[in-house]
Write a protein of this length. Structure first.
Length: 118
């Protein structure tokens, strides 16, 4: 009897791990779809920033100060941050961690501070 209970608990844990892995994969696919068709843009009034745009909207901004000691990666609140919060039920720490991981993996950028704007 105790063995059956333990098996059920382990099966439940395994199912939860599978769901979490599926969610993670879905989030990565969603993020990659954001990257498809991105255009790089610059603005004279923000010479230390690189903007990543799609369909005329700023999706991401990479800011680096003159000596590159401060590097920040900003995400569009409505198109990135809010989706991760509402659709995928991530909290602020989880969102920053996810964005950090995918930005390092897909954009090959590291050592950044993460946030949202726009």
């Amino acid at each position: 009897m105790a063995t059956e209970k333990k098996i059920k608990e382990l099966e439940k844990q395994l199912e939860e791990l599978k769901k979490e892995a599926q969610k993670e994969e879905e989030m990565k696919e969603w993020f990659k779809s954001l990257l498809n068709g991105l255009k790089i843009a610059f603005r004279d009034e923000r010479p230390n920033s690189i903007f990543y745009k799609k369909d005329g909207k700023i999706i991401f901004e990479l800011y680096q100060n003159q000596d590159k000691e401060e590097r920040c990666f900003w995400s569009n609140y409505d198109l990135v941050w809010d989706v991760l919060q509402k659709k995928y039920k991530l909290d602020e720490v989880e969102i920053k961690e996810f964005i950090k991981d995918v930005v390092e993996q897909y954009l090959k950028l590291d050592g950044l501070t993460y946030g949202y704007s726009y």
